[in-house]
Design a protein around this ligand. Structure first.
Ligand SMILES: [Zn+2]
Ligand SMILES: [Zn+2]
Length: 104
């Protein structure tokens, strides 16, 4: 006898709080591997703020727990510093060959 099982399509992520199709996603630090992150999904009503969703959250972040929304209850990891754009700052080449920011 076979028991029919309706598998959830893997291509359709679900909100971790209510099971509705996910509308947003963010990253959370993997509990067992600190170098890895896991995707966390949430529907619109259970989403955290856009700013928070841009950051990697702590492994014990409770979001999208409705009890803590729209905050998530953890301190997300700081965003990496923006990559400096070469040439964005005027520089001066000294006779020694050094290139330094142009002083005012
Ligand atoms: Zn939800
Ligand atoms: Zn968090």
């Amino acid at each position: 006898m076979r028991t029919p099982i309706a598998p959830l399509p893997l291509s359709t992520p679900r909100c971790a709080a209510c099971g509705e199709p996910a509308a947003v996603q963010w990253r959370r630090r993997n509990v067992e591997d600190p170098n890895a992150t896991d995707a966390v999904y949430a529907c619109g009503p259970h989403a955290i703020t856009l700013d928070a969703a841009a950051l990697v959250h702590q492994a014990d972040c409770p979001a999208p727990d409705p009890a803590v929304l729209p905050e998530c209850g953890c301190s997300p990891e700081p965003a990496p510093p923006p990559t400096p754009v070469p040439g964005a700052e005027p520089t001066t080449a000294l006779p020694t060959g050094w290139v330094v920011p142009t002083g005012t």
